[in-house]
Design a protein around this ligand. Structure first.
Ligand code: SAM
Length: 284
């Protein structure tokens, strides 16, 4: 059965009385080429655990299950569970978990699996793409990579470099935790129903070693948050937002880090944010 065919999705809807939920971001993939690209880019081996976020009716799950040792698919919509049990009944290596991924301890699933390595995949619901990515990265996830489809505009923000209009806190944070590769840019017409925007697939490889040395990671993120929180302001003003700091101290740290106080956060590289944060940390 071609799970990805629009006719199959319609048939499943009729058979189960299933109604697609807009609020859960249910836009299902209907293009085998894109499915193949996501699966190929994930480089699944028969020793891997694959965690899938939001399996829908199981188009990616079905392919992952043929390659991985174990697949855990986390789906929030209870109405999709009987459908997934049906579409994936050929496999004894798939666990379907009816849960909100944001309330799921992925490290526990990974550690309990006994698999040599873990890879995360998903065609993410647009409404919570950024919270999902940040929650996974901030948890210090024990996975090698995250290969995920998202709104193209979010992918552009994640990949962007200093000086770009869309460079921001998300770019610095994701690039701190991961290296980023574009797998595919995906037109909106390959989803059912067709969403309003195009998508892109990124592969994020979790860095084993961080790209910068930090005295205090929290200070690094405070600087990023303050800098981009008021991105139109010059750094000597926006960095007052880190709290508990005088203007003199801000200017002093910028000067020690060799950063002109008139610059704005959107021009700062990851290295510069790190150096600045370390001067703020030394001050405390
Ligand atoms: N993987 C399927 C595909 O590519 O056709 C479905 C992708 S659809 C864009 C997103 C899926 O994520 C939906 O099945 C939706 O119910 C599920 N979902 C939405 N929010 C979720 C959450 N917080 N936790 C887990 N799954 C979620």
């Amino acid at each position: 059965m071609k799970l990805y065919a629009p006719s199959t999705i319609k048939e499943i809807k009729d058979r189960y009385g299933f109604r697609l939920s807009k609020s859960l971001g249910q836009n299902f993939l209907t293009d085998k080429n894109i499915i193949d690209k996501i699966i190929a880019a994930t480089e699944i081996t028969d020793e891997d655990l694959v965690i899938e976020i939001g399996p829908g009716i199981g188009v990616l799950t079905y392919e992952a299950a043929q390659r991985a040792k174990q697949v855990t698919a986390i789906e929030i919509d209870k109405n999709l569970i009987p459908i997934l049990e049906d579409t994936l009944h050929d496999f004894d290596n798939v666990d379907i978990v009816n849960q909100d991924v944001l309330k799921t301890d992925l490290n526990r699933i990974i550690d309990d699996s006994g698999c040599r390595s873990a890879k995360i995949i998903g065609n993410l619901p647009y409404y919570i793409t950024t919270p999902i990515i940040m929650a996974i990265l901030e948890s210090g996830v024990h996975a090698d990579s995250i290969t995920i489809m998202m709104q193209k505009e979010v992918a552009d923000r994640i990949k962007s470099q200093p000086g770009s209009k869309v460079y921001g806190a998300l770019s610095v944070a994701v690039q701190y935790y991961c290296t980023v590769q574009t797998v595919a840019v995906v037109p909106k017409e390959v989803f059912f129903p067709v969403p309003k925007v195009d998508s892109a697939v990124l592969r994020l490889d979790i860095r084993k070693d961080k790209p910068v040395e930090l005295i205090d990671e929290r200070m690094f993120f405070r600087c990023i948050k303050a800098g981009f929180g008021q991105r139109r302001k010059t750094l000597s003003n926006s960095l007052m937002g880190i709290g508990d700091v005088t203007k003199e101290e801000v200017k002093d740290c910028l000067s020690h880090a060799g950063i002109d106080e008139k610059r704005r956060a959107e021009t700062l590289s990851l290295d510069e944010f790190a150096s600045l944060a370390n001067y703020f940390s030394k001050r405390e």
